[in-house]
Design a binder for this molecule. Structure first.
Ligand code: GLN
Ligand code: ZN
Length: 757
């Protein structure tokens, strides 16, 4: 009998109950007892749901109030000094202050840094280590939850971020993080003992860094650490995911742990080598159900792979999703509005558990025992493979006929710049914003009313136009040079396009946690992508009609659309990216046709898509740059193409950003005192650049002086003719009063710079 288990279940709840409870608590509309009760109920529901689906071991510790890495920091006592934690268990409000700088009780304080979890759109809070950091068990949450789970009569398998991944994800000012390993291991040891005394038999330690390139010091640290972590009575399951083990395989295979989990969805080819190197005592947890995507599994193909492994390993073969189901929507059952054919191709977290159970039964009792489930899976897979809705010959024919030079602007940047300067008549240090303006309650209400058909199309148009007019007038009054329409019609920069493109569908309730209480609803790209009609043109045209200043058309780039969607897995991603690029290319042409002369193609997820392995990066960068260019390069030389990226580590990719050949790039730099700009300066970035001088993540209004200071820092490094003046990112989460005050200061800062130039 093989065991089935799960690496983690979504914590937000099928109806985003956790989000609602958290936000009510933060607002002061509910108390801690109410919040705790919601968390407890969600855990119980998810545990029971998994037990009923036939899982043998129930993950505990995957629930989190905000982020599981932050949970680890609290468990290990890694609380930076500014939070004034006096020792003992970290309180819930201290935890929230670490996450978001603010909680119902305690002083406001700078939150911990939020950054992306590997190549996902999930964000974790970066643990801040101090030199000589002491580690002390400082939370009972995990132990309490283990007791809760046991009390329900279930078998808990606690899940922790492993010590090396924890260290690797942390930051330490100066010094080598590995010097802290010893102290850290002592506390992990204590935790394991405590779990053992609670009757736990298996503990899952997540070490996703084993799917990245590790140098010898880190590989050796694995040997050392896992030798020290031996705890009598505890079986360790070392979980790796998001890629293959490659050069770390030998290290991972020989660690003294009872089980190894490998990702066979992202890296199916590693199975043979893993089996070769797996010591005879070890359990292999085969991650065969895709935890990063929503497609129904080809169960027959899966069994073709698993059957020989099962006969070789017997009970030592376990089955699991490839990674935590955190990255999947919760339950397809809520998608009653989806077309039935499409729906039959999908599997969300709840359905993935059932798929696991079918696989197990097929292995234990033979395929015949689950014949109808297998037939259903087969029909779905075949249906998707052959469905006419996934294959649009005209899209394919067009892509095949794209001329070689389509991804190249007709005129080189230097000449374009001269032409644009005269056609747009912009001053030195031109000012602009990144696209969105505050999404007020009235705007949200209008969108919701229209969706629910409570207001007519005409009424909706009128309300959006009124919002656009307000945005244009305010920008004119502020004296900005390049205006935006403000994006009132967009719920989300990817979902908006997902709704309008053919080959894409948007779910009703397919929420996935992005960070804390923030969830996103990634579109599903199931087939060839096509633009049946213009997507943004009417809004841009209207905005431009209101003013003599140039208004930027606003598009989301192909890489970001892919990165923030669930993408079909039956063709290479780059092919889908090129299809999206062509759709955007048509939009660019249509925008120009109605007189829009500046077009921004946002690519904030460009860096996020970078493969974890060095060896795969060149290929990615190549198609990512190419698809951006395919989208942009149809623009005439007089049209100015902007792009925007935020939250990015640019160091290793500036060369490729330059190759995108946007006329202007705006980036996020305000918080880092222009630090992010260095990469562009060192590379001699050739085109125009707008380093953000206004930190939009905070409600604080930046002063003229501090913005001038930032601009001066920038002007020392970049020729003034190539500098733009703008905020870090869009302003949709802010309120108008602070936005107007901040932008007034920003425009004044630009004016002072011009005076001094
Ligand atoms: N144009 C988008 C906005 O302003 C860009 C958002 C982003 O970079 N994430 O909202
Ligand atoms: Zn941004």
């Amino acid at each position: 009998m093989s065991k089935v288990h799960n690496l983690g279940f979504p914590r937000i709840g099928a109806q985003r109950e956790l989000k609602k409870a958290l936000e009510a608590y933060w607002r002061g509309d509910s108390d801690q007892a109410a919040l705790l009760a919601v968390g407890k109920a969600l855990r119980e529901k998810h545990w029971r749901q998994q037990a009923e689906a036939g899982l043998d071991l129930i993950s505990v510790g995957d629930f989190s109030w905000y982020d599981h890495v932050l949970d680890m920091s609290c468990l290990l006592g890694v609380v930076p000094e500014r939070f004034e934690h006096a020792g003992g268990p970290v309180s819930l409000d201290t935890y929230f202050r670490m996450a978001r700088g603010r909680a119902p009780s305690g002083k406001d304080v700078a939150a911990c840094e939020l950054t992306k979890w590997f190549d996902t759109n999930y964000h974790y809070l970066v643990p801040e280590l101090a030199p000589g950091q002491q580690f002390v068990v400082s939370s009972d949450a995990l132990f309490d939850q283990v007791a809760e789970c046991t009390a329900l009569g279930l078998s808990p398998k606690p899940v922790l971020v492993g010590p090396l991944s924890f260290l690797w994800l942390s930051k330490l000012e100066g010094g080598d993080k590995l010097t802290l390993l010893d102290g850290l291991l002592s506390v992990y040891g204590e935790i394991l003992q405590r779990l053992q005394s609670q009757g736990v038999e298996w503990v899952q330690l997540d070490e996703p860094i084993l799917a990245t390139d590790l140098d010898e010091a880190w590989q050796n640290a694995f040997e050392y650490a896992y030798n020290r972590l031996q705890t009598p009575g505890i079986n360790l399951l070392l979980a790796t995911y998001f890629g293959g083990l490659e050069g770390n395989l030998a290290t991972a295979a020989r660690l003294p742990v009872a089980g190894l989990h490998v990702d066979l969805v992202r890296a199916p080819e590693q199975l043979v080598r893993v089996l070769d190197q797996l010591p005879p005592y070890k359990v292999l947890s085969a991650g065969v159900i895709d935890g990063r995507n929503v497609w129904r599994t080809d169960l027959q193909a899966c069994l073709d792979t698993l059957e020989p492994v099962a006969s070789r390993l017997g009970e030592r073969l376990w089955l699991a999703p490839s990674c935590s189901l955190l990255h999947c929507p919760v339950d397809l059952a809520a998608e009653t509005g989806l077309d039935p054919e499409l729906r039959s191709w999908l599997s969300f977290a709840a359905q993935k558990l059932n798929e696991l159970d079918v696989l197990r039964r097929a292995l234990d009792e033979g395929r015949a025992s689950v014949a109808s489930a297998l037939a259903e899976s087969q029909a779905a897979v075949e249906g998707r493979r052959h469905s006419a809705r996934c294959h649009d010959p005209s899209v394919r024919a067009r892509l095949a006929a794209v001329p070689q030079d389509a991804a190249k602007r007709g005129v080189a940047y230097n000449d374009r710049a001269v032409r644009q300067r005269s056609s747009l008549s912009l001053p030195l240090f031109p000012t602009t914003t990144i696209g969105s303006f505050p999404q007020t309650q009235a705007i949200r209400q209008a969108r919701a009313d229209w969706r629910q058909q409570r207001i007519s199309d005409e009424e909706y148009q009128a309300r959006m136009r009124a919002e656009i007019e307000i945005a244009i007038r305010r920008q004119e009054e502020l004296g900005l040079d390049v205006l935006v329409h403000g994006e009132p019609e967009r719920n989300d920069m990817v979902e908006y396009f997902g709704e309008l493109l053919e080959g894409c569908v948007v779910t009703r309730n397919g929420w996935v946690q992005s960070y804390g209480s923030r969830c996103v609803k990634p579109p599903i790209i199931f087939g060839d992508v096509n633009r049946p009609q213009p997507m943004t043109v009417q809004w841009a045209e209207y905005a431009q009609s209101l003013t003599d200043k140039p208004v930027k058309g606003m598009l989301t780039g192909p890489v970001t659309i892919l990165q923030w969607s669930f993408v079909r897995d039956d063709q290479p991603r780059e092919e889908t990216a090129r299809q999206v690029a062509l759709a955007l290319r048509d939009e660019v042409a249509d925008l120009e046709r109605v007189g829009v002369k500046v077009i921004q193609i946002d690519e904030p997820a460009f860096r996020e898509g970078l493969p974890l392995r060095e060896s795969a990066r060149a290929h990615y960068l190549n198609w990512a740059v190419e698809s951006f260019r395919l989208a942009a390069a149809g623009a005439t030389p007089d049209a100015q193409v902007h792009t925007h990226m935020c939250y990015s580590e640019f160091n290793d990719i500036v060369e490729h950003i330059a190759a995108m050949d946007a006329d202007v790039i705006t980036i996020e730099t305000a918080r880092s005192a222009m630090e992010l700009l260095h990469a562009f300066v060192d590379f001699d970035y050739p085109n125009e650049i707008g380093p953000g001088i206004y930190d939009i993540h905070s409600p604080r209004v930046p002063s003229v002086e501090e913005m001038v200071e930032r601009l001066q820092l920038a002007a020392e490094r970049v020729a003034p003719e190539r500098l733009w003046v703008n905020p870090d990112c869009g302003l949709k989460t802010r309120a108008w009063p602070e936005v107007e005050a901040s932008l007034a200061n920003m425009v004044e800062a630009a004016r002072l710079m011009r005076e001094r130039a």
